[in-house]
Ligand binder design. Sequence first.
Ligand code: PGA
Length: 240
Amino acid sequence: MNFIVCNNYEEISKKAAEIIAELVKSKPDCVLGLATGSTPVGTYKELISKNKSGEISFARAVSYNLDEYYPISPDNDQSYRYFMNANLFSHIDIPMENTHLLNGEAEDPDAECRAYDEAIKNAGGIDIQILGIGRNGHIAFNEPDKELIAPTHKTGLTEDTIDANSRFFASADLVPRYALTMGMGSIFAAKKIILLANGASKAQAIGELRSDKITTSNPSTLLKLHPDVTIICDKEAYGE
Ligand code: PGA
């Protein structure tokens, strides 16, 4: 694992966008693994500006997002589909049909999850997976637990995550209690992983990531087993 410690959020965003831009330039038909949450928003802004200036084009790129609430309509302004359209897809030249999110309205969520893993495999696998990290160490909706699940699956949200995400909803009661999420195996199949973290609220989770231990009580620590992971974080998240 490689740590890049930045002075501030802007530097994190620029660094992450540079790495993604290099991929898009060298492999225009790349498969991007994307994440929601507040952390990657700055990276998406940088990518939008690189796209608008003509430095990079997403015209042949394909994307798969990590997760989606369940149940939720894509038109709900709290859905991750809505978030991705608003924060990235509507501002760049990626064809909308190349962008993929799990369907939060799927009648058969298990079939939806199986088909999603299959689609990623058929697309050639994810070239770069962007990850945020929960303050409890979750990646996507793989929450701390005795066991973690490898394939994409339906899962319940922990109280901590409901609490953290309630800031976007009118009240905590409105946060969906379930999500469809790429599993640890689906994430690990990515060729390269970039995890972004900023702020002191992530320091404990990142501290465990910096230690030698691997534990399902902090799912991010499993990333130590992946051959190509870069953590881009600020000093606060790094614990300095
Ligand atoms: P955040 O969420 O970027 O909004 O902090 C990250 C996560 O929960 O994965």
